[in-house]
Design a protein around this ligand. Structure first.
Ligand SMILES: CC(C)(COP(=O)(O)OP(=O)(O)OC[C@H]1O[C@@H](n2cnc3c(N)ncnc32)[C@H](O)[C@@H]1OP(=O)(O)O)[C@@H](O)C(=O)NCCC(=O)NCCS
Length: 330
């Protein structure tokens, strides 16, 4: 065990200005505002324009983040970007961001853990800091899912949106209450085909055929995933509380991945948490994958709900399939 304690210094978010409402979607596919609201809790989502890539939105989130922090860009010595919609397959969006922010030489890499990406990235950053390999990590969750959406598939195109969240993960000072207490991550690759982008990789390199078959877009079997998501997110929340001697009563806030309001409600119930202790913004942004937790976290800090010292559970589930949780005092 390391003597170094690790905390989240701050979180900020950014999203494109353009809003795509359920009503707008009614004009694109055979769906209805009522179906989307009742099945998912979503009302609108943000959609980026053709000129915007992941690093552009991240940059906006980072500008807000560094404005609020005493840590400067020159102090950052680790950059981790969780995304399945990077600017390019390579170089990493983390390296692109490093240049845009003028961050000195340091490790910078992307990770792919679907919607659990932010939880994975926090877990990695915590370990770098605990073992003395880094001091101030910039941890990003960013997704421009509307860029890989199949706009003819009503099963998926109504669900996803764009956004970015950025956090500084750093050493906690002696006696300070803020701390990442524990993290838990897991995966089960047997269910990988349920949520997948089939084209564009080495299995199915981009070709006329892959494009004609929409293999460059997201494919999901949502109803099969639903049950696994409910169980995994519930288990992840219970596990992280139990192994640290806490119960739902101790928790100030659950900040869950925003995939479906019904999954969020079921997760809160598993840890016997009152609905008013759950941070939800799915109605405004839809599912923004690895960005959804930092988006919700940042909004809750901005509007004063989340305060320093609050006990918080972050909890997510996503492609892989992956899942995980973080227990922290903000
Ligand atoms: C995707 C999801 C919202 C679908 O809700 P659901 O209650 O499971 O609905 P189903 O997929 O069973 O579909 C029910 C019916 O609605 C229809 N339907 C699907 N999308 C629709 C839409 N946008 N508008 C109207 N009807 C739709 C289906 O065709 C189906 O019709 P049928 O009964 O005639 O076959 C839900 O399963 C979900 O949220 N899954 C998990 C998503 C997730 O966690 N993603 C991965 C992690 S980020």
């Amino acid at each position: 065990m390391s003597d170094i304690r690790v905390k989240i210094d701050g979180v900020a978010m950014a999203a494109p200005d353009k809003i795509l409402t359920n009503k707008d979607l009614e004009r694109i596919v055979d769906t209805s505002d009522e179906w989307i609201r009742t099945r998912t809790g979503m009302v609108e989502r943000r959609i980026s324009d053709e000129h915007t890539a992941a690093s552009d939105i991240v940059l906006k989130a980072c500008e807000k983040l560094f404005k609020k922090s005493s840590i400067r860009t020159r102090d950052i010595d680790l950059i981790i970007v969780a995304t399945v919609t990077p600017d390019h397959p390579f170089p990493s969006t983390a390296c692109i961001l490093q240049t845009k922010l003028g961050i000195p030489h340091c490790p910078a890499f992307d990770i792919s853990a679907g919607c659990t990406g932010f939880i994975y990235a926090i877990t990695i950053a915590k370990q770098f800091i605990e073992n003395g390999s880094a001091t101030n990590a910039l941890v990003i969750g960013v997704e421009l899912l509307t860029k890989i959406t199949n706009w003819t598939d009503r099963n998926t195109c109504v669900l996803f949106g764009d956004g970015a969240g950025a956090a500084i993960v750093t050493q906690a000072n002696k006696g300070e209450i803020s701390e990442i207490i524990d993290t838990y991550i897991s995966s089960d690759g047997r269910y990988g085909d349920l949520l997948i982008m089939r084209g564009g990789g080495s299995r199915n390199p981009t070709s006329k055929e892959t494009v004609e078959q929409n293999m460059h877009t997201l494919y999901m079997e949502g109803n099969k995933i639903f049950k696994i998501a409910v169980k995994s997110m519930g288990d992840a929340a219970v596990r992280i509380l139990e192994r640290n001697g806490f119960t739902g009563d101790d928790v100030d806030w659950l900040i869950p991945h925003q995939a479906n309001l019904r999954i969020i409600d079921a997760t809160a119930k598993r840890i016997h948490l009152l609905p008013q202790k759950v941070i939800i913004n799915i109605e405004k942004y839809g599912n923004t994958s690895s960005a959804s937790i930092p988006l919700a976290f940042a909004e809750a800090i901005e509007d004063g709900r989340v305060r320093r010292g609050d006990l918080i559970v972050l909890d997510a589930f996503g492609a892989g399939l992956t899942w995980g949780s973080v227990l922290l005092r903000y």
